[in-house]
Design a protein around this ligand. Structure first.
Ligand code: PLP
Length: 396
């Protein structure tokens, strides 16, 4: 370890990837593990997207693309922001990257100076806190609980702001809680930010389409006064089941986009050419083309929520989007199950892996030590079997 940088030594390994690796290990030992730890749709990519990729190969899209992405893809993103979010970005306000994860890393590198604070309503997506730290920033966690549906209130935001606050990062629909901020809730956060014009908002909208509310998705950039201080992050991983294709993008003020292009130009260059061509087809298709996936997620949400509700000690909110359930399981803390004392959510998650053969992720990784995250991006039969096993392991 003496050769390694403090930067990497201070960094946590992605807990979701670590759990997936542990589950793989147990599988290799012959155990029948049901994996509900990864945030990955289990659908095949729609054929029209595959066709666009095949065509791109035949048309020899094999050279470096422009760093910021192909012009016609950027135009498709501009149109998508207009169509789905009511946002009017210019072409010079768009940057395509290798997944939303790279978009977030670019933003952090472009904006954060040593010691700058970034407000993260907790629970938050695992990587936010480590990306911020890697770039010298200080994550400021704002704890929310099941009582407020895991959403940060305007008062909490106000209380977290200091002279060092540079940004606030959040996702709606939220990974891991499935919470969706309503237009009114976003307006109340914007009202607080009005008095702090130097704070930028990073709005991670990668689950935008996986939203079961009547009112649908609202982008915070569409709220009065927020457009010029919001970086809207999105991508094709979740809505189009294209996780491995690695395409994400941002809409942001031109100066920020330019800074991110500078960084990306030195780090990775333009995103994968074939995947970019396929993304044009994905974004140009009507949202109705992916409705079958969204409907399925909705059905599974209801199924798993209903089944988990029958287990004593699982306290549940109703996730309105994404594909996760985030039960508070603190009821089990201090109890001994099958000879194992459960002290915290990590112990509980490990207990489920070892005694129920079900892989979940501890809430500690998401900034909430009372909960675990269960992904329902899996087949119905698997989900039913998983909950049955959890119930049996806890009953014994
Ligand atoms: N943002 C959130 C909230 C996520 O859950 C994920 C993936 O799990 C990402 C970003 C990363 O997306 P991408 O695959 O585009 O890098």
């Amino acid at each position: 370890n003496q050769h390694l940088s403090e930067r990497v030594l201070n960094m946590a390994t992605s807990a979701t990837l670590a759990m997936a690796a542990k589950a793989r290990e147990l599988r290799a030992e012959g155990k029948d593990i049901i994996g509900l730890s990864l945030g990955e749709p289990d659908f095949n990519i729609p054929d029209f997207i595959k066709d666009a990729a095949k065509e791109a190969i035949d048309q020899n899209y094999s050279s470096y693309s422009p760093v910021d992405g192909y012009g016609d893809l950027k135009q498709a993103i501009v149109n998508k922001f207009k169509r789905d979010n009511g946002l009017t970005y210019g072409l010079n306000q768009i940057l395509v990257s290798t997944g939303a994860k790279q978009s977030l890393a670019n933003i952090a590198l472009a904006i954060i100076n040593e010691g700058d604070e970034v407000i993260l309503p907790a629970p938050y997506w695992v990587s936010y806190s480590d990306i911020v730290k890697l770039c010298g920033g200080v994550p400021v966690e704002v704890k929310t609980s099941i009582e407020t549906d895991f959403k940060m209130t305007a008062e909490q935001l106000q209380a977290a702001i200091t002279p060092k606050t540079k940004m606030m990062w959040f996702s709606s629909p939220c990974n891991p809680s499935g919470s969706v901020y309503s237009k009114e809730e976003l307006e109340s956060l914007a009202e607080v930010l009005k008095n702090h014009p130097d704070i930028f908002v990073v709005s991670d909208e990668i689950y935008e389409h996986i939203n079961f509310t009547e009112t649908g998705h609202t982008s915070i950039a569409s709220i009065d006064g927020m457009f010029d201080r919001t970086i809207t992050v999105n991508g094709v991983s979740k809505a189009f089941a294209m996780t491995g294709w690695r395409v994400g993008y941002i809409g942001a003020p031109e100066a920020i986009v330019k800074a991110c292009i500078k960084i990306q130009g030195q780090m990775t260059s333009g995103a994968n050419a074939i995947a970019q061509r396929a993304t044009i087809a994905a974004l140009e298709a009507p949202v109705s083309s992916i409705k079958f996936m969204i409907d399925k997620f909705h059905e599974r949400r209801d199924l798993v929520l209903g089944l988990l509700g029958e287990i004593e000690g699982f306290q549940l909110n109703v996730p309105e989007g994404a594909f996760y359930i985030f039960p508070n399981i603190s009821y089990f803390f201090g109890k001994t199950l099958k000879g194992k004392t459960i002290k915290n959510a990590s112990d509980f998650s490990l207990f489920l892996l070892e005694e129920a053969n079900v892989a979940t992720v501890t809430g500690e990784a998401f900034g909430n030590p009372d909960c675990i995250r269960i992904s329902y991006a899996a087949a119905e039969e698997e989900l039913k079997e998983a909950v049955k096993r959890i119930k049996e392991a806890l009953a014994s």
